[in-house]
Design a protein around this ligand. Structure first.
Ligand SMILES: [Zn+2]
Ligand SMILES: [Zn+2]
Length: 167
């Protein structure tokens, strides 16, 4: 936990397994439904067009499902109402729910109290100036509160623990 950058990889990792499963189901559902519909059509469209019509909307809707999964997890990370936002992005048409979400979502980063660098509040130390956000006992590594004179876990004497920031 010493990398301040929010990488795309980390964002993608937020997408939960159920969203992937649902996206695959939706995609396959599109193939099956359209294939079924065309088998009962007297003059089905040409095959390349069929493949395009089958694949393209399936990918779009599958991607939207993944995005819904992302919003569901990301809202939790940002202390936002995840149920409300999940419903909003599903039911507000034309992806306006997603646009609203990305405009209104709370910042997941906080400025370092020591140097002002934007950082993840879950970090233990500022990656720029080593400011301790979650002071720990140097002897037993348990979390301690600023102002504690002795570690409540091992009685190790604590010298000037930096201020604790509540996130
Ligand atoms: Zn700092
Ligand atoms: Zn200790």
């Amino acid at each position: 936990m010493s990398n301040a950058k929010t990488t795309l990889k980390n964002e993608i990792r937020l997408v939960p397994a159920w969203a992937y499963l649902l996206a695959v189901i939706v995609f396959i559902g599109f193939q099956v439904l359209l294939g079924f519909a065309w088998r009962h059509t007297p003059n089905p469209p040409p095959v390349p067009f069929q493949i395009f019509i089958r694949t393209f909307p399936g990918i779009i809707v599958g991607f939207l499902v993944l995005l819904i999964g992302y919003v569901n997890q990301d809202a939790k990370r940002r202390n936002m109402n995840r149920t409300l936002w999940t419903l909003l992005v599903i039911f507000i048409p034309n992806a306006i729910g997603f646009i609203l979400y990305f405009l209104l979502r709370q910042p997941a980063t906080i400025p370092c109290p020591g140097c002002g660098t934007m950082m993840n509040p879950k970090f233990n130390y500022c990656p720029n100036c080593k400011f301790s956000l979650h002071p720990a006992c140097p002897n037993c590594q348990h979390a301690v509160d600023s102002g504690d004179k002795f570690c409540p876990h091992c009685a190790h004497e604590l010298v000037s623990v930096p201020a604790r920031v509540n996130s």
